[in-house]
Design a protein around this ligand. Sequence first.
Ligand code: HEC
Ligand code: HEC
Length: 372
Amino acid sequence: MSSERLGRTLRAALATGLLWAANAGMAEDIGPSGRASPKSSPPSAAASDDVTQAYRGPRSGWPAAQVDAGVRWEELSPRPALPAVPATLVTLGEQLFFDPRLSRDRTLSCASCHAPHLGFSDGRRLALGQDAQAGPRNTPHLMGVAFVPQLMWDGRAADLESQALMPIANPVEMAMDLQALQQRLARETDYPRRFKDVFGDDAVTLSRLGKALAAFERRIEAPRTRFDDFIEGQTAALSDQEIRGLHLFRTKARCMNCHSGPQFTQHEFHQIGMSALGRRLQDLGRQGTTGRPEDAGAFRTPSLRGIARTAPYFHNGITPTLRGVLESYNAGMPQPPKNAQGLMAIPPSPLIRPIQLNARELQDLEAFLRTL
Ligand code: HEC
Ligand code: HEC
């Protein structure tokens, strides 16, 4: 095991350990009934039993989702099949994805930042590129990336084919001149022969590189979980606690306003108060792509499939744990200070509001997210 990977594993273990410690501390918190409620106790109120039962039946009998007027949303549903892609193209794309010869110093592959054991993300706060340069954003995971219509946190890439060349050329990522790359691969590798098998002739072109990498990426999906069994009709697959979390997700916690449908996102852009607008670390996000002032600080709503394995969270990787994410939503996200001016005065989306979950509800919601 490389020392880098060992470091990551240790960090991941540490993060999980800390989370366990936090949860253990919570177990004696006061539950909704006012009595101390151990973590694994069944829901005390009869009403909550009824709700749990409703989720054990067909989806048509679920309690109504609570979504604000005018919001575009879809019910949660089974994951769609991945698009069909020619197997030879996928194999070639896989080889390229793991090949460090795509970077200037031959040290970084796509997988250096999009590591399979971390849901094709990197476990770091910010991406680490050629010459150990830190990029400005957190590396997104690639599970289900076939379904993302506009790629990157700010939506600036229209498809996987064109996206694939961006990190190669990016000076703080793989820092490789694209013309030089074609020559390197044509002269020094066996790609010409591989390209001939797949495309019919041995020309190593950028558009073929993009096609092969995109084909491989379209086949990446979150591993199947108990949530898949549950949503496909095996309703005993989730525990009562996880079902209570699902119910909160669809109602009081307001998550369905943005994270709905089979991918837990409508792929829309929202400013949720994490963009440090008007401060030193501000990131204008979507505005950098559209030029529209109303897009300042907006980022794409990410899918929540496989979310337990892709810490740290948000476009800037600022939040190390899922619990931390939930506590931020619970408090209604950072709000502009009183008398703030200019960019600093822009409030988060009106869909963001304090949700006032108690300690037990936060645990239930987290337990649900961990099933995705
Ligand atoms: C140095 C780390 C690094 C390397 C190497 C890297 N990426 Fe990324 N990748 C990132 C970061 C950071 C982002 C987000 C950038 C942004 O939104 O501004 C990203 C975004 C993406 C996305 C968009 C995902 C989404 O949900 O929008 C895809 C697809 C992707 N990378 C594929 C690749 C491929 C293919 C390669 C290799 C050719 C690669 N990456 C190499 C760090 C990296
Ligand atoms: C107003 C729309 C909106 C609502 C409501 C909302 N989210 Fe989000 N969520 C987003 C956006 C946009 C991001 C990315 C923001 C960023 O990185 O700056 C995000 C990011 C996240 C992330 C981090 C994902 C990652 O890959 O880093 C998690 C986890 C998450 N949301 C869970 C939830 C949960 C749970 C709820 C309900 C309590 C919720 N969200 C409510 C829009 C929303």
